[in-house]
Design a protein around this ligand. Sequence first.
Ligand code: BGC
Length: 770
Amino acid sequence: MNEYIKHFDWNIVEEGFDPANNRVSESLFSLGNGRMGGRGNFEEKYSGDSLLGNYVAGVYYPDKTRVGWWKNGYPEYFAKVLNAANWLGIHVQVDGEELDLATAKVANFKRDLNMKEGFLKRTFEATLPSGKQVAVTSTRFLSIVDDEGGAIRYEVKALNFSGDIKFTAFVDGDIENEDSNYDEKFWAEVAKENTAGEAYLVNETLKTGFHVATGMKWAITLNGETQTPAIEVASKEKYVENSAVVAVKEGDVATVFKYITNISSENHPKTELVSKAKAYLAMVSDKGFEQMLAEQAEAWAKKWEFSDILIEGDTKAQQGIRFNIFNMNQTYTGEDARLNIGPKGFTGEKYGGVTYWDTEAYCVPFYLMTADPHVVKNLLIYRHNHLEKAIENAAKLGFKDGAALYPMVTMNGEECHNEWEITFEEIHRNGAIAFAIYNYIRHTGDDQYLADYGFEVLLGITRFWTQRVNWSVGLNKYVMLGVTGPNEFDNNVDNNWYTSYIATWCMEYTTRAVEILKEKYADRYEALVAKNNFKEEEEISKWSDIREKMYLGYDEERGVFIQADGFFNKEQILVKDMDPAQLPIVHHWSWDRILRSNFIKQADVLQGIYLFEERFSTEEIKRNYDFYEPRTVHESSLSPCIHSILAGKIGDEERAYEFYLRTSRLDLDDYNADTRDGLHITSMAGTWMAVVEGFAGKRVYDDGMLRLAPFIPKEWGAYEFNITHQGALLQVRVTEGEVTIKNVSDVALTVAVYDQEVTVAGKNEITVQK
Ligand code: BGC
């Protein structure tokens, strides 16, 4: 834990500059707008320790795989969303002396992320080695209105001198990924243009051939008056700069306005990138910084209207949840089905910005309830677009006849993870992808999705499971051998309960999808049967045979599902009895010791119980929770939220709150000592789930009805959230013993509150007592 962030409802604030925290702060103060993003680096030079990071959505590089011992089936490369051109740069020299916070004496340093309006502000005073003092205020944002760029206002006040301040504004495209496998650079220069006042650099990614034009246009004022100093231009490979000198007197404020853009060949023809960049910069510089900032605040206000959670009486919790929601909305806007959500979003290099099962299992529920349905639909279509590759991926491993195995990690549908126990065995990801389709439909009622896209994905996945099981003569059951469940601390196990359970559920749901298609979309169904060579009778009867005879381990004595064969052969130790100095075990124990231990990385059996809760009695849930949670070390950021929700379900409100705090302030308080690598974007969605599903008991079961059964943590006075369901938009307010539901849409909705069904008419509200 490292708790240096000050607590405010709407702001993330760091006071005082401690270089030891710089990488953590760079992650926390990241900005993004769905199309691009970057870490909270400084505009001026900084020669201390820093991870410079700027990323452009969808622009990746296939970095050649590095493994100790090659195994057949390993992917050739690991895709990385690349560290791209640095557009922040505004270097400052005072009478020839460089402003560098690593060498200057720094006072009153403050970074302040305004989440309500979507900008980052930094203020400080610096004494240079010569004794000259400046006060700096920088304000910057990536626009969610004009979303191909952003702007910086950088103000320097001469505190104790009169002299020359030289500003150098630049775009530096000579950037390397810190995690490059072979220390290679991934960008080559294509073109550049550099004139007084604006400059452009076009870089190309090696191998993948993406082009990105990064442009800047700048202006200077002195005490608010526009200046026209002589501008010097200079360039070198992958680099363009403009510089100008402003003469200041003591007390003067010189301000640089820098407008920037990243125009990517993902969205425009390569031949037009520079002209588009020019048009963008002409447009935003005409608008001006203040106007852009006002529009940014307005656009963020709209986002918050839909997705905010208000917590009264607990600033720490309030700040935590807003930080998570802010980052979810900075990372993914849902407008482009080619994009997805990397575990670190645009905030660091780790996990390479690629797509994991995190999207379906954690992010989908968040966007389903806080955004228009097309946002999740685009996430689902992303996987439909990758279906062919998933079939190829399965074929490489020996599966056939349209069986699809989605990758554990991907950019373009190809697998790029290369640890065999995960690549080949952590196949439960297929289940999460199928479940997300079901989840979308039960929330939106849009079963047309099955006809348009969903069925083909379900069929490919179900065919995979059908071939992945085998008949065991010993058990007289179907078994699934050699898998890794969500608990990555146990590999190559047989009969992981979660994986086998979700596999049979896929068979059940695909069968149901066939019924829906035959009933409602018969023509389309016929076309799908032909296209996918679907042998309805034969395949469905195979699925039902497997469903009936699948082995799902159950321990009679303890009354719990068995995580995997052999689990009870392990020495049974509880986390509470461990020497805390040994935690996290992933840092202190050998891998061999971890694998032989009974410690669980993240929800595994409990992940299944979470997804299919309505199929288990509360006693069953409690027994499994009471057994597995005490053995869980929560060494994945995805773990606490599921436990918070289940703790809420079984009435353990205190534990539910404890887990909530752990997820909501995971990055702000650096719980796992890894915020420096980037933020845990995908688990941030889980924090939202912990409030809405954990505390407010929001559920949607098979019947599609919205259910609520709220309680309020004793630390809170009240909380409010919005929820969209089947076309209705509800504002829910929970206080001790009471819940008020306000329907702000015109669509009436029947909701089960504490199991009592109430209908909230359009533009109406009701209050229900606990
Ligand atoms: C977790 C996985 C997750 C991945 C990316 C791992 O530590 O165990 O479940 O998909 O991180 O977030």
